[in-house]
Design a protein around this ligand. Structure first.
Ligand code: GLP
Length: 253
């Protein structure tokens, strides 16, 4: 299902309300969490809404999608640090239930197997949040990744490293590799919400809409998921064919 909102702020309202409702209905839910600029306004609104509604987050379990290899959890550009800054430190989570891949794991492949195992033992993901890379990656599953691939080590695509260099200080090298939850684990989530905002995502959103399902654009696999919602703002929808935009806007009132 495709939903088009005017801007990232209205998307943040919608997704944070959806998260609050989900957690109220199932306080011990398992969430799949994403990082990136797209998620920042969503986490900010969620933190405010959770405080306002006195939401109990202490029984939640979370699994983050990915982490850079070579960055420790306290490195300011690690995804562990991102999650602390934008979400975890603001609410009374149980730290023992918050999982991220370890970018400093000695045996990376064994760590990937253990991360997958923990996720399965937790019963899989109830709600997976996703952003999308400019090349269509989800998590760090780059174009060409097999759809049945579990958690694995990935060499980052050049475009991904260029896109993400904006988060690193000038002159600092963007890591070359990462650990990512696999396409298989993402697709096992019972519900998926992918958010794409801004003009930089317009081309990939249009390719997703118009094309078939292909490993060349990892994001297209979501067309196979029975409960995946793709939420875009007007800028990310700007290259969609007009009939698609009209239809969806009407559908969304
Ligand atoms: C990053 C992350 C993804 C994220 C995507 C989009 O590389 N690994 O999980 O969804 O790229 O990031 P942004 O929201 O900053 O555009």
């Amino acid at each position: 299902m495709l939903k088009i909102f005017p801007d990232s702020s209205s998307i943040a309202d919608y997704v944070s309300a959806m998260l609050v409702a989900k957690i109220q209905a199932k306080p011990d839910a398992v969430l799949g969490l994403a990082t990136g600029g797209t998620m920042e306004p969503i986490y900010a609104k969620f933190v405010a809404a959770a405080r306002h509604t006195e939401l109990d987050v202490s029984r939640l379990t979370s699994f983050n999608l990915d982490e850079y290899i070579g960055l420790s959890a306290d490195h300011p550009k690690s995804y562990a640090a991102y999650m602390q800054e934008h979400l975890f430190r603001h609410l009374a989570f149980d730290a023992a239930r918050l999982h991220l891949p370890d970018g400093l794991a000695q045996d990376l492949n064994a760590h990937c197997r253990s991360y997958s195992g923990k996720l399965q033992s937790a019963g899989g993901i109830d709600l997976q949040l996703l952003g999308v890379g400019g090349n269509g990656h989800i998590g760090f599953n780059e174009p060409g990744t097999a759809f049945d691939c579990p958690c694995h080590v990935v060499e980052l695509a050049e475009q991904t490293r260029i896109d993400n260099s904006r988060f690193f200080a000038e002159g600092k090298i963007v890591p070359v590799s990462a650990i990512t939850m696999g396409m298989a684990e993402i697709m096992q989530a019972r519900e998926i919400v992918l958010v794409a905002t801004g003009e930089a995502k317009a081309r990939i959103v249009a390719e997703w809409y118009q094309g078939g399902i292909t490993e060349a654009i990892p994001f297209t696999v979501l067309k196979r998921h029975p409960a995946a919602t793709i939420i875009v703002d007007a800028a990310a929808a700007s290259l969609l064919p007009e009939e698609a935009t009209q239809q969806r806007l009407v559908a969304n009132g």
